[in-house]
Design a protein around this ligand. Structure first.
Ligand SMILES: [Mg+2]
Length: 172
């Protein structure tokens, strides 16, 4: 039931990206992060720069500590480009997560091996699954906002069932 090798099992479950500090990463042997955009760095669909000030500061602190960051988003290229112009690191939209291909290209861009990179995202069936398929450390973060898209609500329900098996009470 709770096999350690499950591809849907995140290595860490956290409430906010702000919990990820250089110390947090050092303890896990991580030198880089692939970051989901929607509901991980910013609320789903948001273009509000002012509300993202804390996230910008967090990212800059990690970069200053020598942590490699790369945006891996399934959002449209245009939306990813809007945020990439403001984030201060590279990345892509339309990544096709959980397809490992985009993860492979991202690892190459960071010039780090999979074992030294964490995938940070709010969805088990895209972010975590693809990260585990790629041999990376996976960090599930509580989504910043709920959205009412029917397929998302179904995914949230399934995520909750999976996470309950792993001992996490996941209410979003
Ligand atoms: Mg997301």
């Amino acid at each position: 039931m709770t096999g350690r090798s499950s591809l849907l099992r995140p290595d860490d479950v956290i409430d906010s990206i702000l919990q990820i500090t250089p110390e947090f990463l050092a303890r896990r042997g991580l030198r880089g992060l692939l970051l989901d955009l929607d509901n991980t760095l910013v609320p789903y669909g948001s273009y509000e720069e002012a509300a993202a000030a804390g996230m910008f500061r967090w990212a800059r602190d990690l970069l200053d500590s020598g942590i490699g960051l790369y945006l891996l988003s399934n959002a449209t290229g245009r939306r990813a480009a809007f945020w990439l112009a403001r984030l201060g690191f590279h990345g892509v939209g339309l990544a096709g997560k959980p397809n490992p291909r985009a993860y492979r290209l991202a690892l190459r861009a960071l010039n780090l091996p999979a074992q030294q990179v964490g995938m940070v995202g709010d969805q088990l069936f895209t972010d975590v699954l693809g990260g585990n398929l790629s041999g990376m450390h996976t960090i599930l973060v509580r989504p910043l906002a709920t959205n009412a898209l029917p397929h998302t609500r179904v995914a949230r329900h399934l995520e909750r069932l999976v996470l309950r098996r792993y001992g996490h009470d996941w209410k979003v």
